[in-house]
Design a protein around this ligand. Structure first.
Ligand SMILES: [Zn+2]
Length: 226
C-alpha cells in the first residue's frame, strides 16, 4: 500500500488528540489517520502525554456538582475518540471509505443525495452532527466527486478547507494528492486542483466559506453556500 505523503500539521493533531475540534473537522483528521500509521502514532503519543500530565495534578477541592459536569464532558470526549480505527487500511480488503467516514456516509457514499455542480463534478453533504462554530460559521463536511482531468474552480479560503482523498487523486500548486493524503487550505492559498486521469473522490470539510476567484466563481457560489 502507498502511505500518505501529505499530513495534518502538529497543531491540528494536538487539537484532535485533545478533543477540541468540531466534529466535521475531527472526521477529516480521523479519516486521514485511518490511512496513516505515522499520524496515528503521533496522536497516540500526544494522548499518552496528556494522560500523564493529568495523572500528575494535585487534587483540588471540588465544588458540588462539578464531578457530574466533568463526567459529562469526558463522555463527549470518549465518543469522539471512538472514531479513529486502530488498524491500518489494507487495499485488497479495505472498503472504499475508512471506518470513521463509513459511520456517516455508508460504505461508498451511494446513499447520500448528490448534487451536480458543473459537468463532471458533484457533491453530497455528509450528515455530521456537532458542527461547532468558528468565526461565526459552522464547519461542513461534503463528499466531492470529479471526473478525470477536470480542473476545479480556482478558489481561496475565507476560512479553512481540509480535503482528504478517498479514491483517485488530484494535483495543485502544492503537489500530488492520492488516497489518504490531506490538503489544508486557508486564506494564504489560492489554488486550482485538477483531478487525476482516473478521477477523484474526496472528503472536503470547510470552516467558513470558500471564496471563488476564477471565472466560474459567481456561478458556483450559490451551490457552495448551502
Ligand atoms: Zn499522516
Amino acid at each position: 500500500m502507498t502511505l500518505p505523503r501529505h499530513h495534518p500539521g502538529e497543531a491540528l493533531l494536538l487539537d484532535y488528540a485533545s478533543g477540541l475540534l468540531a466534529e466535521p473537522v475531527a472526521l477529516a483528521i480521523a479519516t486521514h489517520l485511518a490511512c496513516c500509521p505515522a499520524c496515528r502514532h503521533a496522536v497516540a503519543e500526544m494522548e499518552a502525554v496528556g494522560g500523564a500530565l493529568l495523572d500528575g495534578l494535585e487534587p483540588e477541592p471540588v465544588a458540588p456538582g462539578s464531578l457530574e459536569a466533568v463526567m459529562a464532558r469526558l463522555d463527549r470526549v470518549d465518543a469522539r475518540f471512538a472514531a479513529p480505527p486502530a488498524r491500518p487500511s489494507r487495499p485488497a480488503a479495505t472498503p472504499l471509505f475508512p471506518e470513521p467516514l463509513r459511520r456517516y456516509a455508508g460504505a461508498d457514499g451511494r446513499t447520500l443525495r448528490w448534487t451536480p455542480m458543473v459537468p463532471g463534478m458533484s457533491c453530497a453533504v455528509v450528515p455530521v452532527g456537532g458542527a461547532g462554530r468558528s468565526g461565526g460559521t459552522a464547519a461542513k463536511a461534503r463528499l466531492m466527486r470529479m471526473r478525470g482531468n477536470l480542473p476545479m474552480p480556482r478558489h481561496t479560503h475565507a476560512g479553512v478547507e481540509i480535503t482528504v482523498v478517498l479514491d483517485g487523486g488530484f494535483r495543485d500548486e502544492l503537489g500530488a494528492f492520492a488516497r489518504g493524503d490531506l490538503s489544508f487550505g486557508d486564506a494564504s492559498i489560492d489554488h486550482q486542483p485538477v483531478a487525476d486521469p482516473e478521477g477523484c473522490l474526496c472528503l472536503s470539510v470547510t470552516v467558513g466559506p470558500l471564496r471563488l476567484t476564477g471565472a466560474v466563481g459567481r456561478f458556483l457560489n450559490p451551490f457552495l453556500s448551502f
